[in-house]
Every structure is written in structure tokens, then in C-alpha cells.
Ligand binder design. Structure first.
Ligand SMILES: [Zn+2]
Length: 970
């Protein structure tokens, strides 16, 4: 199959006809969807393909539903992702050079073009655009822009002016994720693995030895009452430091961090942790003395490097302490510890938890069978205990004034009292360590005079919740995640000192960062094409201009005068926005929920009136390669351009869409893509064969034809239901696999009838209907191949705009479907018999059930429907009938069989069969005898068990049941 030729042909035709260019059309309902514009800092690989392909599938599906669909694209030049890549390239990073030159085949003589941010972004924007075009994405390219365009900057200035007017921009000190090497705040897009640096305020409890403090950071300050010992890493470097006016002992790394947190820090001395082991510390609140014990698990990079141990409520501490007790004597001698003293350390329980024993941590460790610190179950155990105790725990009598308080309240009370007493302080720290793209660890820095967007504003959060409540969230299961993020978001640093981007209008030393200049740009696509047409001096596009085109505010005359744009053109620009906005669907990867997607909601709600708020968000998981994460080190990245060359666009699109439901990671493999190509090729071949025979309206449909058309409706129902939630895997399965299975069956069933004139026409009608429907179902997924078939069918216009197929309830024939199961089951029964006996059949006898059996069967189904089917009742009911009484020898045994059968039959089938009444199965099998004969290459005879002429040497006939004939093979 020449995929390339077909792809290029249709891409050219679409482009020439401008079919994906959308403008306002008052006759048509619009559908506006977008997907995150890429940072052009490297070429695309197939991992990028999923989110963009799904968006395209969605756009195409909506077009077929009759919407006027706008799907635009642009380029995110601003921010650190492009800049960081340029820096790595200029540093001659060998890994990056290898990736660019050998993986993506960037010509060596063009590398120099990539050594400036604009150069690199321009180069890759072209590369990515060509990939998107080759993927057949149905984008309106007339609306393309970059985020460093001067007009875009004016638009971002307007956004920030609006936020500031509403009081959502504040200046102050605040902790931010910070890269000490880059000298910049760090957000999710700046970190390796795209991890959001999540900052939490820890309580730092000051354990004391003389006038020196050993500060231990914790999220559970109330557990200070249960501390049995301190953990220090004997192999790590610790320092004694003056912190402000106190002496502290912390890890060397922590001393460095404290400076970024705004403390005055002066190192007094340095030593190995080993030196401190065995020392005694005083616990604040209780005054208890506890020992310092060695623990190599203590990470000096984590918080202060000083860790308190609460074995009754922290599974990890319990396991570590028990393991320590079992060390050989020499171990203790080396540290100058007394083994007998340590053996005496017992968990001190301070929280009472209903349903749990004295020490919940001990309980869960035993229940889960955890024996050492390496056990991955420890993490789960810790989370479980933390959450249970937080929600259901109360403090015990050994906590003084806090006794009886729920943990939820005691936590803050203990913390505040300790702080007031100088027994504790606080410290900002990352919940999980993350690395900047430059390779250095991200720290927390208290940032002075920083500009923030205040997502912590309560009134603003209310608007965001209101918007979210009205929004369609796909997949639905994720709604709670958005709720959580809205609640949790606080101040977000929105500007930095370096990089490409728009200066803050009132403080031009600051550049607006890239998670803040990309939150309302969906509105920009709607207007930029017509603004560009006017070619204004960007400098004149002030707040009044944007106020008019987005909000309809101000005087059009004044705006026209100030900008030189004629009033009717201003109106036209405003009308584009009015028509296409609000945004109906935002597509993205799931990882952007905690920032970009939620920021988008907030910013729209601040700036635009309710009717322009976003209406839907659709996210999906990522792509794995043969079950593995794609990465350079795994050597399993396939550049998108290579994948298109190797597999063809349509097979690639199908492979990306078919493997996973929205929330799961898609598992790509070259074999999968090749099998998609085979499937599509078969589909194409069969379609073309069908199309080649002429259609004829003069036909009469038989049961088997009605069966096929009825099955088609049920797949259409499946496909339609699936598309509502973009569960495209289900749609493809229905359209390609399930339907094809039935089509194979149908083809076999009618094989022997095809040459008969009147049958030929009916079969041709069924096959054409199927092709015509399947093509439309597959068009959003494999648009090029489908256009090819659509055209061959003699259709006018593009498949891309053909109506999306919907089920036709008039064509649903439950009786035809029931009858066909008789044929299917019979085939299977014969196959089983020939397999078991090894007979090559020379004759097959079908014996169908006699009339009185049908009567019993129908009575049984009626009773089952009424909910009182049992053998006794069935026999009693049967004997009310004269004919059945005449069979009083046989009825009870048969009734037993029927009760078993009917009990196992789904209610839906029972209903259908009840409606059908007594069926002439003998004629049914006689009609299909041609099919049976060609399947088994022998004569087939059907007769009722009561017919006197039947040949029944094996005495099988009496086994016949209403929907299941008995069989004898000779
Ligand atoms: Zn860095």
C-alpha cells in the first residue's frame, strides 16, 4: 500500500480547497477546540503524537457532526524550555548533540542556526509544523503566531493590566522553587521529568543539647510526644552553624538551603555525622532525653538532615528501629552505643485510633508483613497511617493539655505552642526533590519583591469553582483533581529576570514567564488573522483596543482613530471573537492539571464575562514504547517524521489511538503500527471490491441481511456512546474489529447465495451500506485512506464533512439476531462433535424441538419474567395444558433441563424470545443448509424430532431443545 502517495494526495486537496479554514458562519453552530501550543525546542517524536492526534480526531468528529470547527495552532517561544536547550547546545552537551545529529538527523551545517533562542525556536517550529501537516491534522494555519510576536506582547500586556486592575497581581516575599545555577524561579516546565516543585511548610522541632539545637523537620508536629530517638546519617557531612542568633546542627546541604530561605547562616565547624551518634538530646514539650542513632537512610539533602523517630506512628521508624536492634554487637561498639539500652527503646503511642491497637504503625507493619526498610509497601503503610490518624485519631493522655483533641486540631495547636515557646520554627521545603533541566537540584527560595499572580484569592477561587462546575471534564473521574488544585493553588511567581517574553507593563525589568503568558491565548487565535490583515503598528494596540475587541467596551470611534483600523474592520475582528468564543474544548496531557489547565480557568474567569468562560477540558495519558517510558537512555525514541515514513500516517494515527482509554498510557510498538497497516489494507481491499460491483435498488432483504444491518446498529450505538467521552479505543474497536467479525460471518453465510440474481442485489446493498458506514466511522482516525475510499464510492465532497453515522433504531431486528444465534451455536456444536470424535462428516442431521417442548419453554420464560420460576411450579403450570398432560412421562425431565437453561439466559434475550413465540427452526436450518454444506462439505438434513421419516440411529432427536437443535453426525 502506498501510504505516502495517498497521504500527499489528500493533504494537497484539503489545503487547496482550504477546507479546514474556519470563519464565522451564522448558519452553522461552531465548535472551537485547541491543544497546547508546543515549545519548539526539539523535534517531535511519537510520544507527542497522542495528544495532538486525539485533538485532531475530536475536531474531525465534530465537523462530521455538522459543526463549523476551528482548530488552530501556534508556537510557544517564550520561557525557559527553548532557552535552556540553547544553553545546552552552546555548552556542547554531547548527549544533546548526539540526539540532534544522530536521532533527529539535523544537518550539522544547520546547527549554528539553533544557537539563539529565536533561531532554535524558528527551526523547530518549522519542523514540528511539517510533522503536523504530514499527520493530516486539520488545522487552520492562517491563525498561526509565535509568543514573541510584538502584537502578542501587546495582548499579554492587556491580560496583565486586567489582572492587576482586579487586584490579582501582588508583590511580596514568597517561597518559590529555585535553581541556584540558573538563578531563576523554576516551574514544572523547567524541571527534568516535568515535575512541579511542590512546596510545603514544615514544622522544625528544635531538639536541644546544651545551647545547641538539632532541628528536625516534620509534617506531624503533634507526634513530638512519641519521639524515642533521633536519626542522623553517620556518613554524611554535618555542620554546626550560627543561624540568626542560635547554634544549630544540620547537614551541610541544609545550611546552604537556610540561606535561600532568608536566614543569616555562618558555619562554625564541620564533621561527619558519626561523631554525633550516641549523644543525648532533650525533647521540647516533654523534656525527655533521647539518643542519637545512626541511620544511612537519612538523606542529608532532605530538609535539615536531622530526623526524629516516632516508631508508634511512623511505620518506617518502627522498622528501622527493630532492624537496628538486630545489628551485631560490633556495630554498637563501633558507635560506642550500648546494645542493651537500645533494646529497651519501645514505641511510645500518643494517638488513639479506633479499630487499631496500641501502636498503629506496629500493627500495619505486622499486617503487611514488612520486615525491612527496602520494602516498597512501607510507603503505602505510611500514607495509610498518616491519613487514618489525621482523620480519625485523638491524642492520648500522655500529651498533657492536648489529650482528647482530634489529631486534625492538635496538629496546629501543638505547632503554635511550640513555636511560641521557641521549641520549634518553620521551614519551606519541597515535598519531593526535583531537578532543574540544567541538572542542579531545585531549592526553595524566599523571593523578595517578586511579582505574583494571587491564585490564593478566595473570591477568585469561587469563580474558578463556579466555572469548573459548569464545565465538561473528560475523563469524568478527574473532576476532583481540578477541585483539589483550585483549592490548593496559592501565589504563583509570574515574572523573572531573564528569557524571551513580554516585560511586565509596570515593571519592565521583569519578564512574564511562560506558564503565565499562555493561559488566555485561545482568545488570540480568534482575532489575530484579521488583525494581521490590517497590519497595524503593534505600538498602537493598547488596552482600549483589546477592551473593544474582547469585551465590546469603549468607543469604537476612539479605538479606530487611535489604531487607524476602520470601524467596520474592528467590528469584524470583534465578531470573530464573539462567534468562536467560548472555547468548547481544551486538549492537553494529564500532567498539566496542577498548573496550566487550572491557570487557564482562573485567568478566563478573571478577565472574561461568564459566557466566554472555557466549557470543557479533555486530557489523556502519555505514550509508552513497548511497555517502557520513552527516553534517550532507553534508546527507544522514534522521531515522528521517521515513524510516518516507516508506518504511514493512517496506521500510525490508528496505533496511537487504539491502545488505551484516555487515562491510561498508550503502549506503542512498531509491530502494532504494522498490524494497523495490515488491517487498514484489508479494509481498503474489501471496500474497493465492494464498490466495484454496481448497486441496484431492486432487492428483498432476507433474515440474514436484516441480521447484519441490525448488528451494524448496535456497533453504531457503541461507537456513538464512546465518542461522547472521547473513548476512541472503543469506537475503533466497534468500527474495525467487532463489525468486521460480524461481516466475516455474514460473508460466509451468504457465500453460496451470491450468484443468485435477487440475492446478489440484496447482499450488495448490505455490503455497500457497511462500507459506507465504516468509512465514516473511521474518517476521524484514518482520514486519508477514508477519503480515498469515499471518492471511489462516487461521493461528492470530502469524507471529512460526511455526516457522522448514527444508529437507526428502525433497523434493529432482535428476532433476526436471536435466530442467527441458533445457526452460530449449531455450527459450533457440529465443530465440537467432529473434533471430539474425529469424524469427517458425510451427513449431518439436525433434529428440531417438537411443539410441546416449545410450550414448556415459553411457560418457563414467562415464569422467569414474573420472578417465580422453579421446577415444581413449571410442572404444575404445564399440567394445566391438555397436550402437555398427554406427555406426562417426558415433561418433568424436560422441565428440569429448561429451568437450568432459562435461569442462565440474560433477561434481554428472554424478552426477545418471549415476543417471538414458537419459531420454525427447521425452515431456518433448511434456509442455511447451503452454508452448512459449504462449511462441512457434506449433506445436511433438518427435521423435527416428531417427524416419522427422520433417521435417528443414535437416538439423539429427543435431546432437541427450542433454540438448540440436536445433532447427529455420520
Ligand atoms: Zn537550572
Amino acid at each position: 500500500m502506498d501510504w505516502k502517495q495517498i497521504e500527499e494526495k489528500w493533504q494537497k486537496r484539503w489545503a487547496e480547497a482550504g477546507v479546514f479554514e474556519a470563519d464565522p458562519d451564522p448558519e452553522k453552530k461552531k465548535y472551537y477546540l485547541t491543544v497546547a501550543y508546543p515549545y519548539p525546542n526539539s523535534p517531535q517524536h511519537i510520544g507527542h503524537g497522542r495528544t495532538y492526534t486525539l485533538t485532531d480526531v475530536h475536531a474531525r468528529y465534530r465537523r462530521m457532526q455538522g459543526y463549523n470547527v476551528l482548530f488552530p495552532m501556534a508556537w510557544h517561544f517564550t520561557g525557559t524550555p527553548v532557552m535552556a536547550m540553547v544553553d545546552r547546545l552552546k555548552d556542547g552537551d554531547p548527549d544533546l548533540l548526539d540526539t540532534f545529529l544522530n536521532l533527529y538527523n539535523i544537518p550539522r551545517d544547520r546547527l549554528h542556526e539553533l544557537e539563539t533562542p529565536v533561531g532554535m525556536a524558528t527551526y523547530f517550529a518549522q519542523e514540528i509544523k511539517s510533522g503536523m501537516q504530514r499527520m493530516g491534522f486539520s488545522i487552520d494555519w492562517r491563525r498561526e503566531f509565535t509568543t514573541i510576536d510584538p502584537i502578542y506582547s501587546k495582548f499579554i500586556e492587556w491580560q496583565f493590566a486586567k489582572l492587576r486592575e482586579k487586584g490579582f497581581i501582588i508583590q511580596g516575599s514568597h517561597p518559590v522553587g529555585w535553581c541556584p545555577k540558573c538563578g531563576n524561579p523554576v516551574g514544572q516546565h523547567d524541571t527534568i521529568g516535568d515535575k512541579e516543585p511542590e512546596i510545603e511548610e514544615f514544622t522544625v522541632i528544635k531538639f536541644r543539647r546544651g545551647d545547641t539545637y538539632y532541628p528536625a523537620a516534620t509534617l506531624r508536629p503533634e507526634t513530638v510526644f512519641g519521639v524515642t530517638n533521633m536519626w542522623l546519617n553517620p556518613d554524611a557531612l554535618y555542620v554546626e552553624v550560627r543561624v540568626d542568633d542560635e547554634n544549630w546542627v544540620v547537614s551541610a546541604e541544609a545550611a546552604n538551603k537556610l540561606q535561600f530561605l532568608g536566614h543569616k547562616v555562618e558555619v562554625v565547624s564541620e564533621f561527619q555525622g558519626k561523631k554525633l551518634i550516641g549523644g543525648a538530646l532533650t525533647v521540647p514539650m516533654t523534656g525527655n532525653e533521647i539518643p542519637i542513632l545512626p541511620a544511612t537512610f537519612v538523606d542529608p539533602k532532605n530538609a535539615t538532615g536531622v530526623v526524629m523517630s516516632v516508631p508508634a506512628h511512623a511505620p518506617f521508624d518502627y522498622v528501622a528501629l527493630e532492624q537496628l536492634k538486630n545489628e551485631p554487637k560490633k556495630f554498637f561498639d563501633d558507635y560506642g552505643l550500648k546494645q542493651s539500652e537500645i533494646a529497651k527503646l519501645k514505641p511510645i503511642s500518643l494517638i488513639e485510633l479506633p479499630g487499631w491497637g496500641e501502636s498503629p504503625a506496629v500493627d500495619i507493619v505486622e499486617k503487611m508483613g514488612i520486615v525491612d526498610q527496602e520494602d516498597p509497601k512501607l510507603e503505602k503503610a505510611t500514607k495509610e497511617i498518616y491519613s487514618q490518624e489525621f482523620h480519625n485519631g485523638r491524642l492520648r493522655g500522655n500529651t498533657g493539655q492536648y489529650a482528647g483533641l482530634p489529631v486534625e486540631r492538635a496538629k496546629d495547636a501543638v505547632k503554635e505552642d511550640m513555636i511560641a515557646d521557641n521549641g520549634a520554627t518553620t521551614m519551606y521545603e519541597l515535598i519531593e526533590q526535583v531537578m532543574c533541566r540544567c541538572g542542579s537540584d531545585v531549592l526553595v527560595k524566599i523571593f523578595e519583591n517578586q511579582w505574583f499572580i494571587n491564585y490564593g484569592d478566595a473570591s477568585w477561587k469561587e469563580l474558578a469553582h463556579e466555572n469548573l462546575d459548569a464545565m465538561e471534564i473528560i475523563p469524568r473521574e478527574l473532576r476532583q483533581e481540578y477541585v483539589h488544585v483550585i483549592d490548593w493553588l496559592d501565589r504563583k511567581a509570574c515574572a523573572r529576570n531573564v528569557g524571551m517574553g513580554t516585560p511586565l507593563p509596570w515593571a519592565p525589568d521583569w519578564i512574564i514567564e511562560s506558564l503565565s503568558d499562555s493561559v488566555i491565548y485561545m482568545a488570540y487565535y480568534t482575532v489575530i488573522k484579521d488583525i494581521n490583515r490590517m497590519n497595524p503598528d503593534p505600538g498602537v494596540l493598547d488596552e482600549a483596543f483589546w477592551d473593544y475587541i474582547y469585551l465590546g467596551e469603549g468607543s469604537i470611534g476612539e479605538v479606530s482613530e487611535a489604531t487607524g483600523i476602520p470601524p467596520e474592520e474592528l467590528e469584524a475582528i470583534h465578531a470573530q471573537f464573539e462567534y468562536f468564543y467560548a472555547l468548547d474544548a481544551r486538549h492537553s496531557g494529564r500532567d498539566l492539571i496542577p498548573n496550566h489547565l487550572t491557570f487557564m480557568v482562573f485567568n478566563h474567569d478573571a478577565i472574561f464575562p461568564r459566557e466566554k468562560w472555557p466549557r470543557g477540558i479533555i486530557v489523556n495519558g502519555s505514550v509508552l514504547m513497548e511497555g517502557q517510558k520513552m527516553s534517550k537512555s532507553m534508546n527507544n525514541i522514534i522521531p515522528l517524521a521517521n515513524a510516518i515514513d516507516r508506518f504511514g500516517t493512517d496506521p500510525l494515527r490508528l496505533a496511537l489511538m487504539i491502545t488505551a482509554e484516555p487515562l491510561k498510557d498508550a503502549d506503542f510498538s512498531p509491530d502494532l503500527a504494522r498490524s494497523m497497516a495490515d488491517n487498514l489494507e484489508k479494509f481498503y481491499t474489501r471496500s474497493m471490491e465492494t464498490i466495484a460491483s454496481p448497486a441496484d435498488d431492486d432487492f428483498e432483504l432476507h433474515e440474514i441481511d436484516l441480521w447484519m444491518l441490525s448488528r451494524l446498529q448496535s456497533y453504531l450505538r457503541d461507537a456513538n456512546e464512546a465518542m461522547v467521552e472521547m473513548k476512541v479505543r472503543k469506537t475503533i474497536h466497534a468500527a474495525l474489529y467487532d463489525l468486521n467479525k460480524d461481516l466475516d460471518w455474514y460473508t460466509k453465510r451468504v457465500e453460496s447465495q451470491r450468484e443468485r440474481g435477487s440475492r446478489r442485489k440484496a447482499i450488495q446493498h448490505v455490503l455497500r451500506t457497511l462500507v459506507e458506514t465504516q468509512v465514516r466511522l473511521l474518517t476521524p482516525f484514518t482520514p486519508h485512506l477514508c477519503e480515498e475510499i469515499w471518492e471511489a464510492m462516487g461521493n461528492e465532497g470530502f469524507a471529512a464533512f460526511a455526516p457522522w453515522p448514527k444508529p437507526d433504531e428502525d433497523m434493529v431486528r432482535h428476532d433476526a439476531e436471536e435466530l442467527e444465534t441458533v445457526i452460530r451455536d449449531s455450527i459450533e456444536d457440529v465443530q465440537k462433535i467432529t473434533q471430539v470424535t474425529g469424524i469427517t462428516p458425510s451427513k449431518i442431521h439436525f433434529y428440531t424441538a417438537t411443539g410441546w417442548k416449545w410450550k414448556v419453554y415459553l411457560k418457563a420464560m414467562k415464569l422467569a419474567k414474573a420472578g417465580n420460576l422453579d421446577i415444581g411450579t413449571l410442572i404444575r403450570e404445564s399440567f394445566k395444558d391438555d397436550e402437555l398432560r398427554a406427555h406426562n412421562k417426558e415433561v418433568p425431565a424436560f422441565a428440569r433441563v429448561v429451568v437450568e437453561d432459562v435461569t442462565r439466559t440474560p433477561a434481554e434475550t428472554l424478552n426477545r424470545r418471549l415476543k417471538m413465540g414458537i419459531v420454525d427452526v427447521t425452515s431456518l436450518i433448511e434456509d442455511a443448509s447451503g452454508f452448512f454444506e459449504s462449511e462441512f462439505k457434506c449433506e445436511v438434513i433438518a427435521g423435527n424430532e416428531s417427524d416419522p421419516w427422520i433417521h435417528d440411529p443414535a437416538k439423539r432427536a429427543s435431546k432437541a431443545k427450542p433454540f438448540r437443535p440436536a445433532i447427529f453426525v455420520e
